[in-house]
Ligand binder design. Structure first.
Ligand code: PLP
Ligand code: ZN
Length: 558
């Protein structure tokens, strides 16, 4: 079922095959890779198959780095409505404004595209634990999809992220770490943590599945516009809007949209990409400022001053330069609006169109209002606004207050500190790491049983979990890692659980490790005698998920 995908290095042009866990160019170590598909073939096959497919983002699976055509973690992401904003259009005398309603994704923002595709890819690669840094919505989306996939998530959030959003991350069972510092500092802490523990880190635009996922937004928009108003007189089957409008933080969305249109062009579906109207929050507008000054490199904003935490990327890095080049070629502009303008736009959209959006989304609406009045947007322009998200708070009394950990980012930073973590930070990260976290080994030859148990344990509290799929692996794991507890299936082919117990008990380095044995069948008196005095507890497999087992585990781990 694997689909071989070629990736190309944006720096040296080297091509290699896609491996989600190997995120650098083999030749020059660059992290900037892009995916290539068989566009020539897809140009003829896609038009035939698309009309028969459900309207969600997996309808474009041939253009995504996943093996499965419909991954089992799916919750119906993508396929959001394209709504005509008639009353706003009347107010602005611009009758062709559309709102891509990304609020209608499973966790209420367009980050579900990124999370769904990334988690599908990582689950296919067998990953069980990962790290993400976020201004809120990415962590919420990843928390939901990792819960579904049975992947443990460490979510690093800047302290400016509203409590409602932080709680929303926690309800899915993610480990939440709040960093007292800016979002850029939070990313740095998360990266250091991932490096120390050897965990997969979502690196935003440098993580290939993230950019790929955002393409689906553009495919959908063009398909929807084509269905609604056709593509008359263009000579191409699909319609491109005149403008794609989005509020931007790291600008992953626009990057994906550009990639999508270059592919649609390559396949002969459209003539060109849309012009981009990117809108930032005035208190954190490094891209808008650089654009207005004609600079290809943005000067980072050290201390964002905005209430709109979602948009608080102070250092857009290389993404801005990439956008700069595309926008110089295809048109568009980057502007900024004040928090007050965004809040006013929020009211306008809710009261005139019945759409309640979060302030970050309203930033885009405010940008459209300003640029319509300034005459940059023309009355006949076909405009599509990315309706990025809706705030959905989890009520504060549901979680209690023991779900968050804090890291204080050192206040006075030298340049050196910014590049390499300070001693204080290193220690804080080590304390977060697994030293005192109980380590449980799950031994079962049946993979779904291991996954289920892992998920139950992860939902109970914080454990480091290792897995072994047979007796020989179990013995090796016990000797090497010395877990605090082993959950051992007795009935396995070749080296069975009985032999594992005997081997571990006769080795002084593993003799003391508590074992809970699990069995699917009733044991014979002889088998019972073999176990007597050797294990802490025998559990029938059917009763695996009882409170009794959970209490037993807690007791054994002290
Ligand atoms: C992430 C996000 C943005 C900014 O998106 P980027 O393309 O990453 O800059 C805007 N609005 C909302 C609601 C978001 O979650
Ligand atoms: Zn390279």
């Amino acid at each position: 079922m694997t689909k071989p995908i070629t990736v190309q290095c944006l720096d040296c042009g080297h091509t290699q095959s896609f491996d989600p866990l190997h995120t650098q160019c083999e030749q020059c170590n660059s992290e900037w890779l892009t995916a290539l598909y068989n566009y020539e073939e897809l140009a003829t096959t896609l038009p035939a198959v698309l009309p028969r497919r459900a309207f969600n983002l997996w309808r474009y699976h041939e253009l995504l780095p996943v093996a499965s055509a419909h991954p089992d973690i799916s919750m119906g992401e993508g396929g959001t409505p394209l709504l005509h904003l008639e009353r706003l259009g009347m107010m602005l005398k611009m009758p062709h404004i559309y709102f891509k309603d990304e609020r209608q994704n499973p966790t209420s923002s367009f980050k579900d595209r990124q999370a769904a595709v990334t988690i599908a890819v990582l689950k296919e690669a067998g990953l069980t634990e990962m790290v993400v840094a976020s201004t809120g919505n990415v962590a919420i989306a990843y928390a939901a999809y990792t819960a579904r996939a049975g992947i443990k998530l460490w979510a690093f959030l800047a302290s400016s992220v509203p409590a409602e959003k932080t709680r929303e991350v926690a309800i899915y069972g993610a480990q939440v770490i709040k960093v007292t510092g800016t979002y850029d500092q939070t990313k740095h802490v998360a990266a250091e943590f991932a490096r120390q523990r050897g965990l997969y880190l979502d690196k935003g635009a440098r993580s290939l599945p993230t950019v790929e996922s955002m393409k689906t937004l553009a495919y959908e928009i063009s398909e929807q516009l084509t269905e609604r108003i056709g593509a008359p007189g263009t000579g191409f089957p699909w319609r491109t809007p005149d403008w794609f409008v989005q509020s931007v933080s790291g600008a992953l969305g626009p990057l994906g949209v550009y990639k999508a249109y270059s592919e649609l062009q390559e396949m002969g579906f459209v003539a060109r990409p849309p012009k981009m109207l990117l809108v930032q929050s005035e208190g954190c507008a490094p891209m808008a400022r650089a654009w207005q000054q004609g600079q290809r490199v943005a000067t980072p904003v050290q201390l964002p001053r905005t209430h709109i935490a979602t948009l608080a990327t102070g250092d857009p890095g290389r993404v801005y330069s990439m956008l700069f080049d595309s926008m110089k070629a295809h048109g568009g502009t980057i502007t900024s609006v004040s928090d007050e303008e965004a809040f006013r736009a929020m009211h306008i959209l809710a009261k005139m169109e019945g759409l309640s959006v979060e302030p970050a989304t309203a930033v885009a609406i405010a940008g459209v209002i300003n640029l319509a009045r300034a005459g940059v947007l023309k009355p006949d322009d076909l405009i599509v606004i990315n309706g990025t998200g809706h705030t959905m708070p989890i009520e504060s009394h549901i979680l209690g207050n023991r779900w968050v950990r804090n890291i204080d980012f050192p206040k006075h930073l030298t340049q050196k500190d910014r590049e390499a973590p300070t001693d204080g930070l290193s220690t804080a990260l080590e304390n977060l790491a697994s030293h005192e976290v109980p380590h449980i080994a799950i031994v079962d030859d049946h993979e779904p049983a291991r996954i289920l148990l892992r998920r139950v344990l992860q939902s109970l509290g914080e454990f480091t979990i290792s897995e072994a799929a047979n007796g020989a692996e179990a013995i090796e794991l016990a000797r090497k890692e010395r877990p605090d507890l082993i959950l051992l299936d007795l009935m396995m082919p070749e080296t069975d659980g009985f032999q594992v117990i005997e081997t571990l008990r006769s080795d002084p380095t593993t003799a003391h490790i508590p074992i809970i044995a699990v069995t699917a069948k009733t044991l014979t008196p002889q088998e019972r005698r073999r176990l007597s005095g050797q294990i802490e507890k025998l559990m029938p497999k059917g009763e695996f998920l009882t409170d009794e087992l959970l209490d037993e585990i807690r007791a054994l781990l002290g």
